[in-house]
Design a protein. Structure first.
Ligand code: BDP
Length: 328
């Protein structure tokens, strides 16, 4: 027997022994993350995994892969549904295709504030969306903060919807965001997050939209120096687990995992608040021209057609939309 073959056999025996000790669910979890390592989402995901490992006495272990090295978000969502990926933090923005309920939080200006978003996501609205996710093979363990998204571009400050007209704007992959930009007269280009920097730099797009930490952590401010606080989207993010992985856990493990997910969401929200401030400081120091959109009403008015089309296409989601719109 060759040395190599002996080694392989020894490895296989060790694996078999491990699965006898730990059962079938003993494989290392793989966690998907699009952000760089020091981002609030990333730090909270690490703390989630560490707590799960600690509280299960090492029964459940895993690795978080940061910076999108495991691929783009739409693919990662599919892989999580299939159980190829065990968990990940996803913006609900690009989830609409797979899970229609998530689209309600991608409607522009649907939440009146970040606090309202948290309150509703931690209550009935979050529960409804979790139901939709579960039907598609995903369990929501906690809702993370992603602040509010605003426009940035390389041309000029935006103060009115007319300022967006004629601009090429990158959006996340979801028809709702295409409709949103088109309703202002702009041209929307759905594109992966990782491609935006170069597209801004080479003029493939004039602008994009995101929250301050993402605008800063991706260095987009270097190539699009006008940041206009339109705050048109407040989209929560989900610490999501594959239902396949979840179903393979014991009741006791599920309890630990859920508690760790909730705790990591609380932690992430704290980190988020700090990072938002720090990011604003970084971009201002770098010479970004930041302007507040004094009157958001014309932007909101321009969204009427987006809502009309959405409700016509998804009548079954009317109650969920109204639950948010009528909330205090
Ligand atoms: C960031 C979200 C991330 C999205 C990204 C984007 O945290 O999940 O992929 O925006 O614009 O704010 O694609």
């Amino acid at each position: 027997m060759t040395h190599f073959r002996k080694l392989k056999l020894a490895g296989a025996t060790a694996l078999a022994a491990m699965s006898m000790v730990f059962g079938a669910g003993a494989a290392e979890w793989r966690g998907w993350n699009i952000h760089v390592e020091d981002y609030p989402v990333s730090v909270a995901m690490e703390s989630f995994m560490a707590e799960v490992t600690e509280k299960t006495g090492g029964e459940l272990t895993g690795t978080v892969f940061h910076a999108g090295v495991l691929g783009d978000q739409p693919d990662a969502i599919e892989q999580t549904r299939l159980g190829i990926m065990d968990f990940g933090v996803f913006s609900l923005g690009p989830m609409g295709q797979a899970v229609p309920e998530t689209n309600v939080v991608s409607l522009p200006f649907i939440f009146s504030s970040i606090d309202q978003m948290h309150r509703l996501m931690d209550g009935e609205v979050g529960a409804e969306i979790d139901k939709g996710l579960q039907a598609k093979g995903i369990v929501a363990l906690g809702w993370y903060d992603a602040g509010a998204r605003s426009f940035y571009n390389s041309q000029k400050p935006i103060n009115t919807p007319e300022d967006v007209a004629g601009m090429k704007i990158r959006v996340m992959s979801n028809d709702l965001f295409v409709g949103m930009v088109e309703a202002m007269g702009g041209n929307a280009t759905p594109m992966a997050f990782g491609e935006v920097y170069q597209s801004l730099q080479t003029g493939v797009v004039d602008g994009a939209e995101n929250n301050p930490p993402s605008y800063e952590s991706t260095n987009h401010y270097e190539v699009a120096k006008y940041y206009s606080l339109s705050e048109h989207l407040i989209i929560p993010e989900c610490l999501c687990m594959s239902k396949k992985t979840w179903d393979g856990l014991s009741a006791e493990q599920q309890e630990i995992v859920l508690a760790a997910g909730r705790a990591s969401a609380d932690y992430q929200r704290e980190l988020w608040a700090e990072r938002e401030q720090a990011s604003m400081d970084v971009i201002k120091a770098a010479g970004t021209e930041v302007n507040t959109v004094a009157d958001k009403a014309p932007f909101q008015a321009a969204m009427t057609e987006v809502y009309d089309k959405f409700l016509a296409d998804n009548p079954e989601l009317t109650d969920l939309v109204n639950m948010i719109r009528n909330a205090e």
